[in-house]
Ligand binder design. Sequence first.
Ligand SMILES: Cc1cc2nc3c(=O)[nH]c(=O)nc-3n(C[C@H](O)[C@H](O)[C@H](O)COP(=O)(O)OP(=O)(O)OC[C@H]3O[C@@H](n4cnc5c(N)ncnc54)[C@H](O)[C@@H]3O)c2cc1C
Length: 640
Amino acid sequence: MNQEHTDPYVVVIVGAGPRGTGILERLLANVGEIPVSRPLRIDLVDPFPPGGGRVWRQEQSSLMWMNALAGNVTMFTDDTVRCAGPIRPGPSLSEWAAADGTHWDVLGMSFASRQVQSHYLSWVFDKIVAECPDGLTVAVHETTATRLTGGPDSRQQVWLADRAEPLDADVVVLALGHQEAGPSEEDLRVAGFAERHGLRYLPSAYTADADLSGFLAGENVVLRGFGAAFVDVMALLTEGRGGEYRVEQGKLRYVPCGDEPVLYVGSRRGVPYRAKIAYRLVGRPAQLPWFFDAAALDRVLADREHLDFRTDLWPLMAKEIGWGYYHELFTAHPNRVTCDWDEFFAGFAAYDWDSAPLRELVEAAVPEPADRLDLAAVDRPLAGLRFAGFDEVQAHVRAEIKADVRRRGEFTHSADLGATAAMLSVNRQLRQLRAIEKLSARSMVQDVHGWWQGFFEYYTSGPPAQRSRQLLALSEAGVVRFLGADMWVDTDEERGVFRAGSASTPDSIEATALVEARLPRADLSTTTDPLLRGLYESGEATDDVLADEDGFEHSSGLLLVSTEDFRVLDKAGRPHPRRYAIGPFTNVRHFAAFATPRSNAVSFRQNDTLARGVLAVLADGDDRFEYPTERHTVHKGLTL
Ligand SMILES: Cc1cc2nc3c(=O)[nH]c(=O)nc-3n(C[C@H](O)[C@H](O)[C@H](O)COP(=O)(O)OP(=O)(O)OC[C@H]3O[C@@H](n4cnc5c(N)ncnc54)[C@H](O)[C@@H]3O)c2cc1C
């Protein structure tokens, strides 16, 4: 490095969304403990305003809501966070809203709009910068970083879209968040079909950002996917077009404006995600982890060469979910069970999940079938059901949604919240379980990243109940129609239309538009981000590939970083001494969500580790910038 020793050290953070903001906060929090020998400048680069960044920018429809309770969202550490750096408390979203006064209706148990969250995140950013210690400057560049250059033993250059000269940096942190991938072969095929026949096609996209103006009033639009992306499209193509909800005799009714298309929605399950529970546990919280404890399991499984997800892990995961569920049922609703908790627990602990004695125990102790936990039925509510036609499918799915809204809103079913807490714990423990490496790559991809993550999100991460009520009202107004489970879509060249149906009914429909209603999958090989693409093409960055000896190989499409300190790994597996990356586009993507107060949130601990690593490198001066010759070992267990 040819710098004068009075020149400041420069850290460039590319991406100033929630993650980049969190990294900034941790750098400023830790700089007092790990002082660097020169002044420090931190440059943030993002074309969108800092704090919220792209997803949480102010300029978006007010119809876009969060799916987390405002009291469960915070950007500030508290004394539960087990990190090496200092704790710097601050308000959660709902506490900030109460103090701010302009968002008086955002309570701990309410769901804020994304615009309100955008206000909160800008306020957080401004507060962090205002409290910046002496000797430290923060600069924001509202532009895109197009390229990252510089060898491991020299300063880095971050090239920007709006100027010829790059930013020189001692360390670069990539916090690039949610990525857009280029079209897949299937996308191109369907897009070509749509173009030939004058149809409309929207591949997977951040639906809140997508241009939906081309969808025509009254045309049949097929939506493939029933999760968060669907909810955004549903809101934008109905209320967003001028339709209105009215409460009539206590019931929500949708009054169409006439500009809506008819939305035919389906998915593998054929039902929407379970509505979010908006209250706290009624009974005593169960101690978690209990049956699915990573440290204990690692000891038990130390001698095992291979693991099987279905026979070795899932029964323990399910038992943990059952523990959370029944603990809440027995401690909060003793009138719904026939024995006391200690008696029930003696049997529950002794018997295997899904065994005949456990089923008998549950049947005897829990008289109401609706109070018993049946995870298979929860996962696939339409499995095995066959309806004569679409009208019957509508009636059945509506009944499912009504039952879900009622169940998720009633304290009598708070056992569902107990199960949710246990599922969150299972997910955390899975991340820490070293023995998970003994699963085959195929099982890791299909069972853990595939089935389990999908089930987890469906059960714990659904929309606010009000969205489910709106869905019902739209269905009753004929604006939304349900396709059923295991939906399919064909391109009919002869008739020049999309055709869609499902395993739930022999009926099918014709449509003139298709929407892939799911968020884009990160894919390093086709990413539209110029900086990432450049690193990938030059071999300075690589994707996370899981492989088995039998030839199975799968790329997650995610950027490979060191699981210990978040440094970017090159194609040869060597961590770069000056480049770090963190967030949902990397292999250590943690279930991407805001931190919940008082939860020792993983994202805070990750941010702290990364920030302290960066400062330690700067504090030690140039000697620390060595390029290691050895490959880094990436642990599969940490890539959830
Ligand atoms: C539509 C949507 C809704 C969500 N809703 C919720 C919710 O309700 N509750 C919840 O807990 N979680 C939610 N999440 C998940 C979570 O909030 C997000 O994961 C969070 O935004 C992640 O923050 P991030 O900073 O890592 O990524 P992002 O928010 O994606 O921020 C990354 C930033 O990097 C910038 N960037 C990328 N490339 C470059 C470049 N080359 N140069 C300069 N800047 C660049 C982008 O412009 C962006 O501002 C949601 C996610 C999405 C996508």
